[in-house]
Design a protein around this ligand. Structure first.
Ligand code: OAD
Length: 246
């Protein structure tokens, strides 16, 4: 595949999904052996599931926190970080991943559409999300210290987006502002995402509407593959270093 035609005026918006971290050893959601296989997502990834059994939800995310100890960014994360170093503010990376591997590879202009696994927040009060690498498996779900000090009991939750919830405040607006400013100079690259979860799945259409050009790198054709101008099938770690070469 030819490298992306990046000029001095190009702005690059990148969208990543679980496939970009697959080669780091993190399971995707919908592939065979993925995180959702054999699991009722309503139990571990909705507010109702959390309200019914917060510790069950915490066990699921605690296991994912524990698994992060053994992983590192791969060639795809590194290629994106290297390109950002060249493009500066003409680069923006929107990720559906909660693993923080883009930042670990050196990416700075990152919009976390679905939150971050290594942060927690209170399920009741407006205290800002905070870094939390702890695993909660036994006894009762962790409680918010601030609410406790005020004489209330409120459980902490992972700072991630569940099905049916809004994206973090400002996340989509930042992506839209970047796209609008770029206009026809916008290049859009989606990597490792099944094209099934909104609003990420429709970003390709928004880019096309403002005259931008679109590329897709994915192991298999995702649900929205036909809506991209260019499609490269294969592993992100193998393809991105070539696609993003100078
Ligand atoms: P999925 O598991 O739905 O899709 C991952 C995609 O990556 C699949 O299309 C694979 O073919 C592809 N893939 C696998 N390995 C790859 C590799 N090495 N290189 C390139 N592509 C590869 O994951 P997402 O699309 O990220 O949301 O899922 C979107 C959201 O759905 C997630 O953020 C999560 C999930 O439910 C929440 O939890 C809110």
């Amino acid at each position: 595949m030819q490298p992306l035609p990046i000029t001095d005026r190009s702005h690059l918006l990148v969208l990543t999904g679980a496939g970009v971290s697959a080669e780091s050893g993190i399971p995707t959601f919908r592939d065979a052996g993925g995180l959702w296989e054999g699991k009722d997502v309503r139990e571990v990834a909705t507010w109702d599931g959390f309200a019914a059994d917060p510790l069950r939800v915490w066990r699921f995310y605690s296991e994912r926190r524990r698994a992060m100890a053994d992983v590192a960014p791969n060639a795809a994360h590194r290629a994106l970080a290297a390109l950002e170093a060249r493009l500066g503010d003409r680069f923006l990376l929107a990720t559906q991943n909660i693993d923080g591997l883009h930042q670990a590879a050196g990416s700075q202009r990152v919009v976390e559409l679905h939150g971050n696994l290594m942060r927690s927040r209170c399920s009741a009060c407006d205290r800002p999300p905070f870094e939390d690498r702890q695993a909660y498996r036994d006894g009762v779900a962790p409680l918010c210290g601030r609410c406790r000090a005020a004489g209330k009991d409120a459980v902490l939750r992972p700072d991630v987006v569940w099905f049916g919830e809004l994206l973090p405040p400002g996340a989509l607006a930042r992506v839209e502002t970047f796209g609008r400013a770029a206009g026809r100079e916008l290049l859009f690259l989606a990597v490792g995402t099944s094209g099934l979860v909104e609003p990420a799945a429709s970003l390709v259409d928004a880019v096309a509407r403002i005259g931008g050009r679109t590329w897709l790198v994915n192991a298999e054709p995702p649900a929205n593959a036909a809506r991209f101008d260019h499609v490269a099938l294969g592993a992100a770690g193998a393809l991105l270093p070539t696609l993003l070469a100078a």
